[in-house]
Design a protein around this ligand. Structure first.
Ligand code: BG6
Length: 492
Protein backbone atom coordinates (compact mmCIF):
# COMPACT_ATOMS: atom_id res chain seq x y z
CA UNK A 1 0.00 0.00 0.00
CA UNK A 2 1.18 3.44 -0.83
CA UNK A 3 0.63 5.59 2.25
CA UNK A 4 -1.34 8.82 2.23
CA UNK A 5 0.26 12.27 2.52
CA UNK A 6 3.10 12.20 5.06
CA UNK A 7 6.14 13.99 6.28
CA UNK A 8 9.10 12.67 8.24
CA UNK A 9 10.94 14.94 10.61
CA UNK A 10 14.24 13.45 11.72
CA UNK A 11 15.84 14.66 14.94
CA UNK A 12 19.50 13.78 14.80
CA UNK A 13 19.54 14.41 11.06
CA UNK A 14 23.29 14.84 10.84
CA UNK A 15 24.00 11.61 12.70
CA UNK A 16 25.19 8.19 11.79
CA UNK A 17 21.85 6.38 11.89
CA UNK A 18 20.26 8.97 9.62
CA UNK A 19 22.88 8.62 6.94
CA UNK A 20 23.49 4.89 7.19
CA UNK A 21 19.92 3.66 7.59
CA UNK A 22 17.17 6.25 7.40
CA UNK A 23 18.10 8.21 4.29
CA UNK A 24 18.94 5.12 2.20
CA UNK A 25 15.66 3.50 3.25
CA UNK A 26 13.56 6.55 2.54
CA UNK A 27 15.33 6.93 -0.76
CA UNK A 28 14.67 3.26 -1.60
CA UNK A 29 10.96 3.84 -0.92
CA UNK A 30 11.11 6.90 -3.13
CA UNK A 31 12.65 4.92 -6.00
CA UNK A 32 10.06 2.17 -5.66
CA UNK A 33 7.34 4.84 -5.74
CA UNK A 34 6.16 3.75 -2.34
CA UNK A 35 6.38 7.21 -0.84
CA UNK A 36 3.25 9.28 -1.17
CA UNK A 37 3.29 11.99 -3.82
CA UNK A 38 2.68 14.50 -1.04
CA UNK A 39 5.83 13.97 0.98
CA UNK A 40 8.73 15.89 2.45
CA UNK A 41 11.57 15.18 4.82
CA UNK A 42 12.76 17.71 7.35
CA UNK A 43 16.08 17.20 9.08
CA UNK A 44 16.64 18.70 12.53
CA UNK A 45 20.00 18.70 14.30
CA UNK A 46 22.55 20.84 16.09
CA UNK A 47 24.96 20.99 13.15
CA UNK A 48 24.46 24.13 11.11
CA UNK A 49 23.48 23.56 7.49
CA UNK A 50 21.33 25.42 5.04
CA UNK A 51 18.80 23.36 3.09
CA UNK A 52 21.22 23.42 0.21
CA UNK A 53 24.19 22.24 2.25
CA UNK A 54 22.22 19.43 3.82
CA UNK A 55 20.93 18.32 0.43
CA UNK A 56 24.47 18.26 -0.83
CA UNK A 57 25.55 16.04 2.06
CA UNK A 58 22.78 13.63 1.23
CA UNK A 59 23.54 13.76 -2.45
CA UNK A 60 27.19 12.97 -1.77
CA UNK A 61 26.27 10.09 0.49
CA UNK A 62 23.83 8.52 -1.97
CA UNK A 63 26.12 8.96 -4.96
CA UNK A 64 28.82 7.25 -2.97
CA UNK A 65 26.44 4.34 -2.66
CA UNK A 66 26.25 4.26 -6.44
CA UNK A 67 22.77 5.67 -6.73
CA UNK A 68 21.75 7.30 -10.00
CA UNK A 69 22.20 11.05 -10.14
CA UNK A 70 18.78 11.73 -11.67
CA UNK A 71 16.76 10.07 -8.96
CA UNK A 72 18.99 11.52 -6.25
CA UNK A 73 18.39 15.00 -7.62
CA UNK A 74 14.64 14.64 -7.67
CA UNK A 75 14.68 13.05 -4.20
CA UNK A 76 16.60 15.83 -2.52
CA UNK A 77 14.13 18.43 -3.75
CA UNK A 78 11.89 17.15 -0.99
CA UNK A 79 14.48 17.57 1.73
CA UNK A 80 14.76 20.51 4.12
CA UNK A 81 16.76 21.25 7.21
CA UNK A 82 16.73 23.37 10.35
CA UNK A 83 19.27 23.52 13.12
CA UNK A 84 19.25 24.44 16.78
CA UNK A 85 19.64 23.12 20.29
CA UNK A 86 17.17 20.50 21.38
CA UNK A 87 16.53 22.30 24.66
CA UNK A 88 15.99 25.68 23.07
CA UNK A 89 12.42 26.92 22.57
CA UNK A 90 13.39 28.86 19.49
CA UNK A 91 14.15 25.61 17.66
CA UNK A 92 10.57 24.46 18.19
CA UNK A 93 9.12 27.79 17.15
CA UNK A 94 11.14 27.54 13.99
CA UNK A 95 9.98 23.95 13.58
CA UNK A 96 6.33 25.01 13.87
CA UNK A 97 6.77 27.66 11.21
CA UNK A 98 8.69 25.38 8.90
CA UNK A 99 6.11 22.61 9.22
CA UNK A 100 3.31 25.07 8.46
CA UNK A 101 4.92 26.26 5.28
CA UNK A 102 6.06 22.80 4.14
CA UNK A 103 2.64 21.31 4.85
CA UNK A 104 1.14 23.91 2.54
CA UNK A 105 3.78 23.48 -0.10
CA UNK A 106 3.53 19.66 -0.22
CA UNK A 107 -0.15 19.30 0.76
CA UNK A 108 0.77 16.86 3.49
CA UNK A 109 -2.37 17.62 5.53
CA UNK A 110 -0.35 18.17 8.71
CA UNK A 111 0.60 14.52 8.93
CA UNK A 112 3.85 14.38 10.83
CA UNK A 113 6.15 11.56 11.84
CA UNK A 114 8.84 12.67 14.25
CA UNK A 115 11.78 10.29 14.22
CA UNK A 116 14.05 10.47 17.25
CA UNK A 117 17.46 9.39 15.98
CA UNK A 118 19.38 11.43 18.54
CA UNK A 119 21.37 10.17 21.51
CA UNK A 120 18.79 8.88 24.01
CA UNK A 121 19.86 11.45 26.59
CA UNK A 122 17.86 14.11 24.76
CA UNK A 123 14.67 12.09 24.11
CA UNK A 124 12.90 13.53 27.14
CA UNK A 125 13.82 17.06 26.19
CA UNK A 126 12.55 16.71 22.64
CA UNK A 127 9.31 15.01 23.60
CA UNK A 128 8.55 17.63 26.21
CA UNK A 129 9.08 20.46 23.77
CA UNK A 130 7.12 18.78 21.02
CA UNK A 131 4.31 18.44 23.54
CA UNK A 132 4.57 21.99 24.84
CA UNK A 133 4.55 23.37 21.32
CA UNK A 134 1.47 21.29 20.57
CA UNK A 135 3.19 19.37 17.83
CA UNK A 136 1.99 16.10 19.32
CA UNK A 137 -1.65 17.17 19.10
CA UNK A 138 -3.77 15.47 16.48
CA UNK A 139 -6.92 17.56 16.64
CA UNK A 140 -6.01 19.78 13.72
CA UNK A 141 -6.84 16.98 11.33
CA UNK A 142 -3.42 15.50 10.66
CA UNK A 143 -1.71 12.77 12.63
CA UNK A 144 1.35 13.12 14.80
CA UNK A 145 3.47 10.03 15.43
CA UNK A 146 6.77 9.61 17.20
CA UNK A 147 9.25 6.88 16.29
CA UNK A 148 11.76 6.21 19.03
CA UNK A 149 15.00 4.38 18.54
CA UNK A 150 16.43 2.13 21.18
CA UNK A 151 17.70 2.19 23.84
CA UNK A 152 14.41 3.00 25.45
CA UNK A 153 15.72 3.84 28.90
CA UNK A 154 18.68 2.16 30.51
CA UNK A 155 16.81 0.05 33.04
CA UNK A 156 13.25 -0.54 34.19
CA UNK A 157 13.00 2.72 36.15
CA UNK A 158 14.33 5.02 33.47
CA UNK A 159 12.24 3.27 30.85
CA UNK A 160 9.10 3.81 32.93
CA UNK A 161 10.07 7.42 33.50
CA UNK A 162 10.51 8.01 29.78
CA UNK A 163 7.25 6.28 29.06
CA UNK A 164 5.38 8.39 31.60
CA UNK A 165 6.68 11.55 30.02
CA UNK A 166 5.73 10.31 26.57
CA UNK A 167 2.21 9.54 27.68
CA UNK A 168 1.76 13.05 29.01
CA UNK A 169 1.73 14.23 25.43
CA UNK A 170 1.02 11.19 23.31
CA UNK A 171 -1.44 8.33 23.23
CA UNK A 172 0.11 4.90 22.93
CA UNK A 173 -1.30 4.73 19.39
CA UNK A 174 1.03 7.60 18.46
CA UNK A 175 4.18 5.97 19.82
CA UNK A 176 6.29 3.73 17.60
CA UNK A 177 9.14 2.08 19.51
CA UNK A 178 11.29 0.73 16.74
CA UNK A 179 13.16 -2.57 16.85
CA UNK A 180 14.63 -3.01 13.41
CA UNK A 181 14.84 -6.79 13.83
CA UNK A 182 11.06 -6.89 13.55
CA UNK A 183 11.33 -5.47 10.04
CA UNK A 184 13.65 -8.20 8.79
CA UNK A 185 12.14 -10.54 6.20
CA UNK A 186 12.82 -13.78 8.08
CA UNK A 187 11.56 -12.36 11.31
CA UNK A 188 8.28 -11.41 9.71
CA UNK A 189 8.19 -14.81 8.14
CA UNK A 190 8.09 -16.48 11.55
CA UNK A 191 4.42 -15.67 11.83
CA UNK A 192 3.65 -16.77 8.26
CA UNK A 193 5.51 -20.01 8.70
CA UNK A 194 3.81 -20.79 11.97
CA UNK A 195 0.31 -19.57 11.29
CA UNK A 196 -0.18 -19.89 7.53
CA UNK A 197 0.81 -23.56 7.45
CA UNK A 198 -0.81 -26.54 9.07
CA UNK A 199 2.34 -28.64 9.32
CA UNK A 200 4.32 -26.78 11.97
CA UNK A 201 1.91 -25.65 14.64
CA UNK A 202 0.82 -29.14 15.81
CA UNK A 203 4.42 -30.02 16.65
CA UNK A 204 5.40 -26.56 17.91
CA UNK A 205 5.47 -27.50 21.58
CA UNK A 206 7.19 -29.42 24.38
CA UNK A 207 6.07 -32.77 22.97
CA UNK A 208 8.17 -32.45 19.83
CA UNK A 209 10.66 -29.67 20.39
CA UNK A 210 13.77 -30.41 22.39
CA UNK A 211 15.25 -26.92 22.54
CA UNK A 212 15.42 -23.65 20.66
CA UNK A 213 18.67 -21.80 19.94
CA UNK A 214 18.83 -18.19 18.91
CA UNK A 215 22.19 -16.84 17.81
CA UNK A 216 23.05 -13.33 16.70
CA UNK A 217 26.77 -13.35 16.00
CA UNK A 218 28.58 -10.30 14.68
CA UNK A 219 32.14 -9.94 13.45
CA UNK A 220 32.07 -6.19 14.00
CA UNK A 221 33.35 -4.71 17.21
CA UNK A 222 31.83 -1.57 18.62
CA UNK A 223 33.02 0.62 15.74
CA UNK A 224 32.90 4.28 16.79
CA UNK A 225 30.15 3.73 19.35
CA UNK A 226 32.30 3.33 22.44
CA UNK A 227 30.49 6.12 24.28
CA UNK A 228 27.16 4.41 23.87
CA UNK A 229 28.40 0.87 24.31
CA UNK A 230 30.29 1.61 27.50
CA UNK A 231 26.98 2.71 29.00
CA UNK A 232 24.90 -0.05 27.48
CA UNK A 233 26.77 -3.34 27.19
CA UNK A 234 25.50 -6.20 25.11
CA UNK A 235 22.60 -7.24 27.30
CA UNK A 236 20.94 -3.87 26.92
CA UNK A 237 22.06 -3.46 23.33
CA UNK A 238 20.81 -6.78 21.95
CA UNK A 239 18.78 -8.72 24.52
CA UNK A 240 16.39 -6.09 25.82
CA UNK A 241 15.06 -5.69 22.31
CA UNK A 242 16.08 -7.94 19.40
CA UNK A 243 16.77 -11.21 21.18
CA UNK A 244 13.70 -11.11 23.41
CA UNK A 245 11.55 -10.09 20.45
CA UNK A 246 12.78 -13.08 18.44
CA UNK A 247 12.09 -15.42 21.31
CA UNK A 248 8.61 -13.97 21.69
CA UNK A 249 7.71 -14.46 18.04
CA UNK A 250 8.83 -18.06 18.11
CA UNK A 251 7.04 -18.88 21.34
CA UNK A 252 3.82 -16.84 21.42
CA UNK A 253 0.38 -18.34 20.91
CA UNK A 254 -1.41 -17.78 17.59
CA UNK A 255 -3.09 -14.38 17.66
CA UNK A 256 -6.78 -14.20 16.75
CA UNK A 257 -6.03 -11.88 13.84
CA UNK A 258 -3.24 -9.86 12.30
CA UNK A 259 -4.52 -6.70 13.90
CA UNK A 260 -1.76 -5.01 15.80
CA UNK A 261 -3.47 -5.22 19.17
CA UNK A 262 -4.09 -8.93 18.75
CA UNK A 263 -0.49 -9.73 17.91
CA UNK A 264 0.85 -7.48 20.60
CA UNK A 265 -1.49 -8.97 23.23
CA UNK A 266 -0.08 -12.42 22.50
CA UNK A 267 3.47 -11.14 22.77
CA UNK A 268 2.74 -9.60 26.14
CA UNK A 269 1.15 -12.81 27.37
CA UNK A 270 4.23 -14.76 26.37
CA UNK A 271 6.61 -12.26 27.96
CA UNK A 272 4.72 -12.67 31.20
CA UNK A 273 5.35 -16.39 31.17
CA UNK A 274 9.12 -16.23 30.73
CA UNK A 275 10.63 -17.31 34.03
CA UNK A 276 12.08 -14.48 36.11
CA UNK A 277 15.25 -15.58 37.83
CA UNK A 278 16.41 -14.56 41.26
CA UNK A 279 19.70 -12.73 41.45
CA UNK A 280 21.43 -15.76 43.00
CA UNK A 281 20.45 -17.88 39.98
CA UNK A 282 21.98 -15.61 37.37
CA UNK A 283 25.40 -17.27 37.31
CA UNK A 284 23.76 -20.59 36.65
CA UNK A 285 21.82 -19.37 33.63
CA UNK A 286 23.95 -16.61 32.12
CA UNK A 287 27.45 -16.16 30.83
CA UNK A 288 28.95 -12.80 29.96
CA UNK A 289 32.20 -12.16 28.13
CA UNK A 290 34.40 -9.45 26.69
CA UNK A 291 36.65 -9.85 23.66
CA UNK A 292 40.38 -9.56 23.79
CA UNK A 293 42.73 -9.11 20.83
CA UNK A 294 42.40 -11.71 18.10
CA UNK A 295 41.86 -12.32 14.42
CA UNK A 296 38.54 -11.79 12.69
CA UNK A 297 38.12 -12.58 9.00
CA UNK A 298 41.89 -12.83 8.69
CA UNK A 299 42.49 -9.43 10.21
CA UNK A 300 44.05 -8.77 13.58
CA UNK A 301 41.80 -6.62 15.77
CA UNK A 302 42.31 -5.01 19.18
CA UNK A 303 40.60 -6.14 22.34
CA UNK A 304 37.59 -4.28 23.69
CA UNK A 305 39.59 -2.52 26.39
CA UNK A 306 42.02 -1.31 23.75
CA UNK A 307 39.32 0.29 21.61
CA UNK A 308 39.27 4.07 21.41
CA UNK A 309 37.28 5.74 24.18
CA UNK A 310 36.84 2.52 26.13
CA UNK A 311 37.91 2.48 29.75
CA UNK A 312 41.01 0.21 29.92
CA UNK A 313 39.46 -1.47 32.96
CA UNK A 314 35.99 -1.65 31.50
CA UNK A 315 33.90 -4.60 32.64
CA UNK A 316 31.23 -4.01 30.03
CA UNK A 317 30.15 -7.24 28.34
CA UNK A 318 30.35 -7.75 24.59
CA UNK A 319 28.97 -11.29 24.65
CA UNK A 320 26.04 -12.86 26.45
CA UNK A 321 24.67 -16.39 26.44
CA UNK A 322 21.69 -17.36 28.51
CA UNK A 323 19.06 -19.98 29.09
CA UNK A 324 15.44 -18.90 29.23
CA UNK A 325 12.52 -21.01 30.35
CA UNK A 326 8.89 -20.41 29.59
CA UNK A 327 6.44 -21.42 32.24
CA UNK A 328 3.36 -22.29 30.27
CA UNK A 329 1.73 -25.44 28.98
CA UNK A 330 3.20 -25.29 25.46
CA UNK A 331 6.81 -24.83 26.47
CA UNK A 332 7.10 -26.72 29.71
CA UNK A 333 10.69 -27.96 30.06
CA UNK A 334 11.90 -26.62 26.70
CA UNK A 335 15.00 -24.45 27.13
CA UNK A 336 15.54 -21.45 24.89
CA UNK A 337 19.28 -20.84 24.57
CA UNK A 338 20.15 -17.35 23.40
CA UNK A 339 23.57 -15.97 22.57
CA UNK A 340 24.80 -12.78 20.96
CA UNK A 341 28.18 -11.19 20.73
CA UNK A 342 30.56 -8.82 19.03
CA UNK A 343 33.77 -9.84 17.29
CA UNK A 344 32.76 -13.44 16.88
CA UNK A 345 33.98 -15.77 14.20
CA UNK A 346 31.27 -15.17 11.66
CA UNK A 347 28.37 -12.83 11.01
CA UNK A 348 25.35 -15.03 11.26
CA UNK A 349 21.94 -14.77 12.87
CA UNK A 350 19.56 -17.65 13.10
CA UNK A 351 16.83 -19.29 15.08
CA UNK A 352 17.11 -23.06 15.27
CA UNK A 353 14.19 -25.20 16.36
CA UNK A 354 15.67 -28.52 17.36
CA UNK A 355 13.19 -31.34 17.46
CA UNK A 356 13.24 -34.39 19.70
CA UNK A 357 14.58 -37.70 18.62
CA UNK A 358 12.18 -40.27 17.19
CA UNK A 359 10.64 -42.26 20.05
CA UNK A 360 11.77 -45.56 18.64
CA UNK A 361 14.37 -46.01 15.99
CA UNK A 362 14.30 -48.94 13.61
CA UNK A 363 17.40 -47.64 11.89
CA UNK A 364 21.03 -47.82 12.92
CA UNK A 365 20.87 -50.36 15.64
CA UNK A 366 24.58 -50.25 16.44
CA UNK A 367 24.26 -47.48 18.95
CA UNK A 368 24.39 -44.84 16.30
CA UNK A 369 21.71 -42.29 16.90
CA UNK A 370 19.65 -40.61 14.24
CA UNK A 371 20.25 -36.92 13.92
CA UNK A 372 17.46 -34.75 15.20
CA UNK A 373 15.32 -32.75 12.78
CA UNK A 374 16.14 -29.08 12.83
CA UNK A 375 14.23 -26.17 11.39
CA UNK A 376 16.49 -23.19 10.89
CA UNK A 377 15.20 -19.71 10.31
CA UNK A 378 18.08 -17.82 8.74
CA UNK A 379 17.91 -14.15 9.57
CA UNK A 380 21.22 -13.20 7.99
CA UNK A 381 23.30 -13.14 5.92
CA UNK A 382 21.16 -15.42 3.70
CA UNK A 383 17.58 -14.80 4.59
CA UNK A 384 15.46 -17.91 4.32
CA UNK A 385 14.90 -21.16 6.14
CA UNK A 386 15.96 -24.75 5.97
CA UNK A 387 14.75 -28.04 7.34
CA UNK A 388 17.08 -30.88 8.16
CA UNK A 389 15.52 -34.28 7.80
CA UNK A 390 16.72 -37.86 7.65
CA UNK A 391 16.38 -39.56 4.29
CA UNK A 392 17.65 -42.55 2.45
CA UNK A 393 20.97 -42.16 0.79
CA UNK A 394 20.73 -43.47 -2.81
CA UNK A 395 22.21 -46.91 -3.30
CA UNK A 396 21.30 -50.48 -2.65
CA UNK A 397 22.06 -50.52 1.04
CA UNK A 398 19.72 -49.03 3.55
CA UNK A 399 21.74 -46.01 4.52
CA UNK A 400 20.44 -42.79 5.98
CA UNK A 401 21.78 -39.33 5.60
CA UNK A 402 20.80 -35.84 6.69
CA UNK A 403 19.16 -33.93 3.92
CA UNK A 404 18.65 -30.19 4.02
CA UNK A 405 15.68 -28.60 2.36
CA UNK A 406 16.89 -25.11 1.76
CA UNK A 407 15.02 -21.99 0.85
CA UNK A 408 16.74 -18.68 0.23
CA UNK A 409 14.74 -15.55 -0.46
CA UNK A 410 17.27 -14.09 -2.89
CA UNK A 411 17.46 -17.18 -4.99
CA UNK A 412 13.78 -17.98 -5.04
CA UNK A 413 12.41 -14.53 -5.60
CA UNK A 414 15.46 -13.32 -7.42
CA UNK A 415 15.49 -9.98 -5.74
CA UNK A 416 16.80 -8.50 -2.55
CA UNK A 417 14.03 -7.78 -0.08
CA UNK A 418 13.55 -4.34 1.42
CA UNK A 419 15.72 -3.22 4.28
CA UNK A 420 14.09 -3.54 7.69
CA UNK A 421 13.90 0.24 8.04
CA UNK A 422 12.06 0.61 4.73
CA UNK A 423 9.35 -1.71 5.88
CA UNK A 424 9.03 -0.13 9.30
CA UNK A 425 8.94 3.44 8.01
CA UNK A 426 6.22 2.46 5.61
CA UNK A 427 4.26 0.86 8.45
CA UNK A 428 4.58 4.02 10.51
CA UNK A 429 3.24 6.05 7.58
CA UNK A 430 0.20 3.81 7.21
CA UNK A 431 -0.29 3.68 10.98
CA UNK A 432 0.35 -0.03 11.48
CA UNK A 433 1.95 -0.67 14.88
CA UNK A 434 2.16 -4.47 14.65
CA UNK A 435 5.93 -4.49 14.18
CA UNK A 436 6.61 -1.88 16.85
CA UNK A 437 7.04 -2.57 20.53
CA UNK A 438 4.17 -1.68 22.82
CA UNK A 439 4.71 -0.06 26.18
CA UNK A 440 3.84 -3.14 28.26
CA UNK A 441 6.14 -5.42 26.25
CA UNK A 442 8.99 -2.97 26.55
CA UNK A 443 8.54 -2.86 30.33
CA UNK A 444 8.30 -6.61 30.66
CA UNK A 445 11.54 -7.06 28.73
CA UNK A 446 13.29 -4.68 31.13
CA UNK A 447 11.76 -6.48 34.09
CA UNK A 448 13.16 -9.77 32.88
CA UNK A 449 16.63 -8.34 32.60
CA UNK A 450 16.62 -6.49 35.91
CA UNK A 451 18.02 -9.31 38.10
CA UNK A 452 20.75 -9.93 35.54
CA UNK A 453 21.71 -6.26 35.35
CA UNK A 454 21.70 -6.03 39.13
CA UNK A 455 23.84 -9.09 39.59
CA UNK A 456 26.42 -7.95 37.06
CA UNK A 457 26.48 -4.48 38.50
CA UNK A 458 27.15 -6.03 41.90
CA UNK A 459 29.85 -8.39 40.65
CA UNK A 460 31.47 -6.00 38.20
CA UNK A 461 34.65 -7.68 36.97
CA UNK A 462 33.99 -10.86 38.94
CA UNK A 463 32.35 -13.31 36.59
CA UNK A 464 33.34 -11.45 33.43
CA UNK A 465 34.98 -13.93 31.05
CA UNK A 466 37.35 -13.10 28.26
CA UNK A 467 37.23 -14.53 24.76
CA UNK A 468 39.47 -14.10 21.81
CA UNK A 469 38.15 -11.96 18.99
CA UNK A 470 37.29 -14.33 16.15
CA UNK A 471 36.13 -17.16 18.41
CA UNK A 472 32.58 -18.19 19.32
CA UNK A 473 32.75 -16.55 22.73
CA UNK A 474 33.94 -17.86 26.11
CA UNK A 475 34.03 -21.62 26.49
CA UNK A 476 31.75 -21.26 29.49
CA UNK A 477 28.95 -20.57 27.01
CA UNK A 478 29.42 -24.13 25.77
CA UNK A 479 29.41 -25.43 29.30
CA UNK A 480 26.15 -23.63 30.02
CA UNK A 481 24.39 -25.77 27.45
CA UNK A 482 26.57 -28.88 27.91
CA UNK A 483 25.29 -29.13 31.49
CA UNK A 484 21.92 -29.97 29.94
CA UNK A 485 23.51 -32.60 27.72
CA UNK A 486 23.27 -30.42 24.62
CA UNK A 487 25.53 -28.35 22.42
CA UNK A 488 25.27 -25.20 20.36
CA UNK A 489 24.67 -25.77 16.70
CA UNK A 490 27.84 -25.74 14.67
CA UNK A 491 27.66 -22.54 12.62
CA UNK A 492 31.03 -22.76 10.88
C1 BG6 B 1 21.73 -2.66 16.77
C2 BG6 B 1 22.78 -2.70 17.84
O1 BG6 B 1 20.47 -2.52 17.33
O2 BG6 B 1 21.78 -3.86 16.04
C3 BG6 B 1 24.15 -2.92 17.24
O3 BG6 B 1 22.77 -1.48 18.56
C4 BG6 B 1 24.16 -4.13 16.36
O4 BG6 B 1 25.12 -3.04 18.25
C5 BG6 B 1 23.01 -4.09 15.38
O5 BG6 B 1 25.38 -4.18 15.68
C6 BG6 B 1 22.88 -5.38 14.60
O6 BG6 B 1 21.96 -5.20 13.58
P1 BG6 B 1 22.05 -6.03 12.25
O7 BG6 B 1 20.84 -5.61 11.48
O8 BG6 B 1 23.34 -5.68 11.58
O9 BG6 B 1 22.02 -7.46 12.68
Amino acid sequence: VRPGPSSIIIFGASGDLTFRKLIPSIFALFKKELLPKQFYLLGVARTKYTDEEYRNEIKRWLLNENEALNSVLSFIERIFYISGNYDDDSLYKLLQEKLNSLDKMFETQQNHIFYLATPPSVYLEIIRRLGQFELTKENSGGYSRVIIEKPFGSNLETAIELDKELHKYLKESQVYRIDHYLGKETVQNIMMLRFANIVFEPIWNYKYIDNVQITVAETLGIEHRAGYFEQAGLLRDMFQNHMIQLLTLVAMEPPASLEDSSVRDEKTKLLKSIRMYDTYEIDKYFVRGQYVRGTVNGKEVPGYREERNVNPNSYVETFVAGKFLIDNWRWSGVPFYLRAGKRLKKKISEIAIIFKEVPHSIFFKNNVELEQNVLILNIQPDEGFSLKIQAKQPGSKLCLNTLTMDFKYNEFFNFKGPDAYERLLLDAMVGDQTLFVRSDAMELAWKLLTPILNKWEQDKEKGLLFYEAGSWGPKEANELIARDGREWRDLE
